[in-house]
Design a protein around this ligand. Structure first.
Ligand SMILES: Nc1ncnc2c1ncn2[C@@H]1O[C@H](COP(=O)(O)OP(=O)(O)OP(=O)(O)O)[C@@H](O)[C@H]1O
Length: 253
């Protein structure tokens, strides 16, 4: 099932055209890799899809236009994203952060679930159980639940970012450089997690500089260079594309 289609997406910052008429699609249960050199326009495409920056062109989520739909409303429609840098609520524990993942879903206010007294106690307990189960499901054991995100190993923080974005049922995930700063076994865990989310039917768009991870994992690749889509196809085809070799893969970052 088609999850997200972008058509002729264009982003301008003043006189700079950061993205120029880029089109691609991603289906449920599929990972689209978006690659390109630094400054190519990858993150701008996420910002445009999420309606964080002004855009031209269209983005269609499950067949419905997202034009003018606020970011939070898109999140409620199942479009979530993660960022290059972890963005947790630093004063909340890992578990409390996970509890907030259900706020968007349920539409309840953060304060009502975390800060408020006895009236909300039952809802709070249910939310807490759900959040703890979610964390455990993705390998974040109880020993980490009461720590602050900054106090857990970095690889686990990256996993936590994804788990929070996935929350209790994201259908389309925009994943921005999950493997940044991650190596070894943590890289494998991340790769496994992304594979697991795909199995669950989540459509993912993955911006990533870690080429091995991208080429091993994704179903299709969109290559952007200086705001232009220069190649779009299977990892094998893209890796053989002379324009890609010239513009990106042969260039050291
Ligand atoms: N808010 C902004 N205002 C002005 N220019 C911006 C803004 N955000 C990005 N740019 C510029 O737009 C271009 C595309 O940036 P973008 O961050 O989308 O690239 P990217 O492919 O995600 O790069 P990287 O791999 O380094 O994260 C770059 O030239 C960048 O300097």
């Amino acid at each position: 099932m088609t999850a997200l289609v972008v058509d002729k997406l264009t982003v301008r910052y003043g006189s700079l055209r950061a993205l120029n008429q880029v089109s691609w699609r991603v289906d449920s249960g599929e990972i689209l890799g978006v690659i390109g050199p630094n400054g190519a326009g990858k993150s701008s495409s996420f910002a445009a899809i999420s309606n964080v920056v002004r855009r031209e062109g269209t983005a269609t989520l499950h067949g419905k236009s997202t034009d003018g739909v606020p970011t939070q409303a898109l999140a409620r429609r199942g479009l979530r994203r993660t960022f290059q840098h972890n963005s947790f609520f630093g004063k909340l524990t890992v578990l409390q952060n996970a509890m907030t993942a259900f706020q968007v879903e349920g539409g309840t206010r953060l304060a009502a679930t975390i800060g408020m007294p006895w009236r909300q106690a039952r809802e709070r307990a249910a939310c807490r159980d759900r959040a703890a189960a979610l964390l455990r499901e993705f390998g974040i054991g109880d020993t980490y639940h009461d720590r602050y995100p900054d106090d857990v190993p970095y690889g686990l923080q990256r996993v936590l970012s994804l788990v929070l974005a996935y929350g209790s049922g994201a259908e389309v995930l925009l994943v921005d450089e999950p493997a940044a700063g991650v190596g070894g076994a943590d890289l494998q865990s991340l790769s496994d997690l992304l594979g697991e989310l795909r199995k669950r039917g989540v459509a993912m768009v993955l911006i990533e500089h870690h080429m091995d991870l991208v080429m091993r994992l994704v179903d299709r690749v969109a290559v952007i260079d200086r705001g232009e889509l220069i190649a779009y196809g299977s990892p094998d085809d893209v890796q053989r594309d002379p324009a890609v070799l010239e513009a990106y893969l042969g260039r050291s970052e």
